[in-house]
Structures are given as structure tokens and as C-alpha cells.
Design a protein around this ligand. Structure first.
Ligand code: ZN
Ligand code: ZN
Length: 233
């Protein structure tokens, strides 16, 4: 049974009960993975604080970059009808440009479910790594932080659109530890093709100064003779 009909341009996309059930299981499964990772890593934190802190920072930065790349891809190529990623990924970003406030209607599962499903294989890989050898501990911790930040990204993005977020969230935004509404607003401003990073937004400045996404789009257009999706405005 369809629980909501989603409209996008001329196409109707449905958020099915089946998709929601899968996302609910994914949230629970990812939650189990991150708790298990925390249990594995916790005994190593005190004796190796610099290493663990560096790994968390690396994972957090990588999440902002990854979120930016995925967001750029979803805004730029394909359509909501592209197999697999169309309804689960592209649709959400395109809907967000058509009606940014609709993100506020998404509950916890709809906000975080798809990201949780994508994070499970990475978290599972991290679980297999040693927590004692320094290099393995760094990678394990960085991957744990990466998945946690990736799963939180849509929530952080949603809070950047929330007029009155919880006080603790507002404090984190003002400390620039998570995406600030003022910074994210630049993505929703003409030409709608900049500032794709939506975890912390830390990498938007360097990526825009280097014109990374714009130059890659140009290269793709030359190589494939196809321009970016006209629907992503
Ligand atoms: Zn976008
Ligand atoms: Zn937004």
C-alpha cells in the first residue's frame, strides 16, 4: 500500500510501505552496527586519544565530501525514474529543490533510512578490522565516524531548514560543528549549483574556490556530449 504519493514535475513517485519497512530495518541494523563498533573501539580510546581523535576528524571530513559528491550527482545527473537510485536518492534531492520545506514533513525513518541502508556495508567492513593495531584502529574509527556522519547528514540538513531547531542543535550550528542554515541557504540561491556539502559544510569553501563540481560537469559534458539534467534547478 502506498502511504504517500510523491509528485515530481510530471512524474509520480511513491514512497511505498515496502520501502519504508526496508528503511526501518536498515535504521535498526545500522544502529546495531554502530553500537558494536563503539563497544570494540571504546577500550582503545584512553591509551590512544590523538589517533582516535584524528580518525574521527578524518571520518567527519570524509562524510562532508561524500555527502557533497552524492548530492551533486543526484542534483546533476539521472532522474527520479533512474533504476534503484531514482526513487531512493535522486527523487528526494529534486523534490527538495522544488519544495525545500517538504523535508520538514519527513519523519525519522524517511529522513535517515536510505543513508542507514547505504552505511551498513561500510559499518560491517569496519567491524571486521582490528581494534588493536594502530593503522587498523585508525581506519576502523574513521569508517565508524564516516558512517555515523553520513547517516546523520539528512537530519543535519533538515535542521538547517528548521526555523526553531532544538537549542543544542542551534548551539552546534553556531559553533559551525554542523551545517549552518545561513551557509546552506547559498545552495538554495541562484544558480542552485554550488555548496553541495550538507554535513558540516566545511568543504564548500575550498570546493567552490577550486570550482571542482563545475569543472567536472564541463569535462563530463565534453566527454559524453550530454549536459547536466535540466530538471535540477
Ligand atoms: Zn541540491
Ligand atoms: Zn536544503
Amino acid at each position: 500500500m502506498d502511504i504517500r504519493e510523491r509528485q515530481n514535475h510530471t512524474a509520480a513517485i511513491t514512497y511505498s510501505q515496502r520501502q519504508r519497512s526496508i528503511e526501518r530495518i536498515a535504521v535498526l541494523a545500522y544502529g546495531a552496527c554502530i553500537v558494536a563498533l563503539a563497544v570494540q573501539i571504546a577500550p582503545e580510546v584512553a591509551p590512544r586519544i590523538p589517533l582516535v581523535a584524528g580518525a574521527i576528524l578524518a571520518g567527519y571530513l570524509a562524510a562532508d565530501l561524500l555527502a557533497g559528491i552524492v548530492h551533486w550527482l543526484a542534483d546533476t545527473y539521472g532522474s527520479p525514474h533512474t533504476p534503484l537510485v531514482g526513487p531512493t536518492l535522486i527523487y528526494g534531492f529534486r523534490e527538495h529543490h522544488d519544495a525545500p520545506e517538504k523535508i520538514l514533513q519527513h519523519d525519522f525513518v524517511e529522513t535517515n533510512g536510505a543513508a542507514a541502508a547505504a552505511a551498513i556495508p561500510v559499518a560491517a567492513l569496519a567491524l571486521t578490522l582490528s581494534a588493536t593495531a594502530p593503522a587498523a584502529l585508525f581506519m576502523k574509527t574513521a569508517l565508524a565516524a564516516l558512517t555515523l556522519a553520513v547517516v546523520a547528514t539528512n537530519q543535519l540538513h533538515k535542521w538547517a531548514h528548521t526555523t526553531h531547531p532544538p537549542t543544542a542543535v542551534r548551539v552546534l550550528q553556531r559553533l559551525r560543528l554542523i551545517l549552518r542554515p545561513e551557509a546552506h541557504a547559498r545552495h538554495h540561491t541562484t544558480p542552485f549549483r554550488t555548496h553541495y556539502c550538507i554535513t558540516t559544510g566545511w568543504l564548500n569553501g575550498p570546493l567552490e574556490r577550486l570550482r571542482v563540481f563545475a569543472e567536472v560537469e564541463k569535462a563530463v559534458a565534453v566527454l559524453t556530449k550530454r549536459n547536466r539534467s535540466p530538471t535540477a534547478t
